[in-house]
Design a protein around this ligand. Structure first.
Ligand code: PGA
Length: 253
């Protein structure tokens, strides 16, 4: 049985007071609800991570802290970078790797992403590996081959034991931050395709236990239908994760 995961990726949003108010509102909602059947994660900008962790810990919250990125290298002379071991030390347990914004704006390629996953796994953290096609690939019907390339060049380079520690997020780039989502059927088809490719490569136990999240303009209105699809095991939420009431509605969808 795969436990659903709803993760809020705040991206480079919110100032200090807003960020801490949002954590506090999310915890208030958690206290007033029963979220025990779902894993909930918040993924704030790095600079808010430690205070967010302390807030969650002091509140006795079950909410998981994640990181939006990490360095592909270990500690050392890499100005401006944050290492996986630093992320581990501040209390985060999940790290996004390969978000399309990192791939597109910071030229992160398969070789870099593979290194990042290695660093994350070395620290016993959970990589959330993001994959997704651009609109032109969807229109030219090459969305499945795009996803396979992204998986083969990074994730499929790892052992089954390593892969069993990962989460996959399918995020069609044309649906991110656009208010446009994949239809529930499009999401289900791609998630089933992704699962079957893990099945072929690693066998049924790993494939059946793999959590595959959907990301791309998930919101309180469309969440229930997307999350009711057989192979959709949760959501990676951007815009709607910046408002505690919307995030709550998605968790409870
Ligand atoms: P969105 O972002 O929900 O704003 O589309 C999702 C993501 O990029 O993770």
């Amino acid at each position: 049985m795969r436990k659903r995961l709803i993760a809020g990726n705040w991206k480079m949003n919110l100032h200090w007071n807003e960020a801490m108010s949002l954590v506090s509102e999310i915890v208030q909602n958690e206290n007033q609800s029963d979220w025990s059947s779902v894993d909930v994660a918040v993924i704030p900008p790095f600079i808010y991570s430690r205070p967010a962790f302390e807030f969650l810990k002091n509140a006795g919250s079950n909410i998981i802290l994640g990181s939006q990125n990490c360095a592909s290298t270990e500690n050392g002379a890499f100005t401006g970078e944050i290492s996986a071991s630093m992320i581990e030390q501040i209390g985060a347990t999940m790290v996004l790797v390969g978000h399309s914004e990192r791939r597109d704006y910071y030229n992160e390629d398969a070789a870099v992403l593979k290194e990042k996953i290695s660093r994350v796994l070395e620290q016993n953290l959970t990589p959330i590996f993001c994959c997704g096609e651009h609109l032109k690939q969807r229109k030219s019907n090459s969305h499945e081959s795009t996803i396979i390339d992204q998986l083969e060049s990074v994730v499929f380079q790892f052992s089954g034991e390593d892969v069993s520690k990962m989460v996959i997020a399918y995020e069609p780039v044309w649906a991110i931050g656009k208010g446009e989502t994949a239809s529930p059927q499009q999401a289900q088809d791609m998630h089933a395709f992704i699962r079957s490719s893990f099945h072929k490569k690693y066998g049924s136990e790993i494939a059946d236990n793999l959590r595959i999240l959907y990301g791309g303009s998930m919101n309180p209105t469309n969440a229930a239908e997307l999350l009711s699809q057989t192979d959709v095991d949760g959501g990676l939420i951007g815009g709607a994760a910046l408002a505690a009431d919307k995030f709550k509605a998605i968790i409870e969808a």
